[in-house]
Design a protein around this ligand. Structure first.
Ligand code: TXA
Ligand code: MG
Length: 305
């Protein structure tokens, strides 16, 4: 079986495949599978859900997932495939897991330039979400050996495509308020982007709509008030269970925090859609992904801004 075929099997089964891109190696999962996305966060060992970049085959595939203002279209046409990531409003509905957007109404999209990455995306036929394939807080890997050294058995398969040509992460431009903001400098120069646009990129503290999680405590808040660490259920509250704290919607009956992370955003949305005044959430242990789940729940429960 070819390495690509093995990679397709792993992705289809909800596993993790590290793959080469022209910038750095990515830790990839089926973007439409909440549980697979949760495994990425678990493997990286990050105490928060940082949103992920969805990698797609081409501009057409990107159109199905997000709304493109004219300037974004210009950049995509000019620089994809290549080291540029665009943050855009998610389409509703959007196939990409809400967990990959960390609950934000936006989606980061990129068409990578590496031939193996493109082959994987073509054969898989679905978007692949991938952060850089390093443990949280460590430098991005530019060879398959770096990935092996950093993540070892936490990744099911590593596709070796040689050293990354660019070696720097992609440049990120956000269009959340319709205008182009430089969120991260990277493998594509600011000058190249500005000359394609014919005007300057905005920089500095982003005003208006929220661009990254963690900027506001209540950045993802349901309409309902939240009651956390609910060890008993009260009448009239919508209930979100965990483990033995049983409820019709239970983040994980078997008490698994990875499964709970996979279900978190979609279950909160389902409960909020019932328009309760309060959503009560069972206690979640603070171990593993539990820390990121609790971080997000505390933000959701914070006073509204
Ligand atoms: O070159 C790259 O971009 C590599 C390769 C694998 O594609 N990926 C990468 O991913 O560097 P990561 O997760 O290490 O960095 C992605 C950055 C994060 O800082 C994240 O906060 C930001 O993109 N990001 C992703 N989605 C976002 C969103 N919806 N809004 C704002 N920022 C977002
Ligand atoms: Mg990274």
């Amino acid at each position: 079986m070819s390495e690509i075929d093995k990679a397709l099997e792993v992705l289809s089964a909800g596993g993790l495949v590290a793959f080469p891109t022209e910038t750095v190696y990515g830790l990839g999962a089926d973007a439409t599978n909440d549980l697979a996305v949760a495994k990425i966060y678990a493997a990286k060992g990050r105490p928060q859900f940082n949103p992920l970049i969805a990698h797609v085959l081409d501009v057409e595939a990107a159109f199905e997932l997000a709304e493109f203002p004219a300037d974004a279209l210009k950049l995509a046409a000019r620089f994809w495939p290549g080291p540029l990531t665009l943050v855009l409003p998610r389409r509703v509905p959007c196939l990409v897991s809400m967990l990959a957007s960390a609950g934000l109404p936006s989606l980061a999209l990129r068409v990578p330039a590496h031939p193996l990455a493109l082959e994987l995306l073509r054969e898989f036929g679905k978007p692949v979400v991938a952060p850089s394939a390093n443990p949280s807080g460590r430098i991005s890997p530019t060879t398959a050996d770096h990935v092996r050294a950093g993540l070892g058995s936490k990744v099911d398969l590593i596709l070796d495509g040689g050293p990354s040509a660019v070696g720097l992460e992609s440049t990120i431009v956000s269009f959340l308020d319709g205008r182009p903001w430089l969120l991260r400098s990277g493998g594509l120069s600011r000058r190249a982007i500005e000359s394609a646009l014919g005007h300057e990129l905005l920089t500095g503290k982003v005003a208006g709509p929220l661009h990254a999680p963690g900027q506001l405590d209540s950045h993802y808040a349901p309409q309902a008030k939240m009651r956390l660490n609910a060890s008993t259920w009260l009448d009239g509250e919508a209930r979100l269970g965990f483990g033995v704290y049983e409820a019709p919607l239970n983040l994980s009956r078997r008490g698994d925090v990875v499964e709970a992370a996979a279900n978190l955003f979609s279950m909160l949305h389902q409960l909020d859609a019932q328009k309760p005044s309060v959503i009560a959430v069972a206690p979640i242990p603070n171990s593993g992904l539990g820390e990121a789940i609790n971080d997000r729940l505390i933000r959701a429960a914070a006073p509204r801004t």
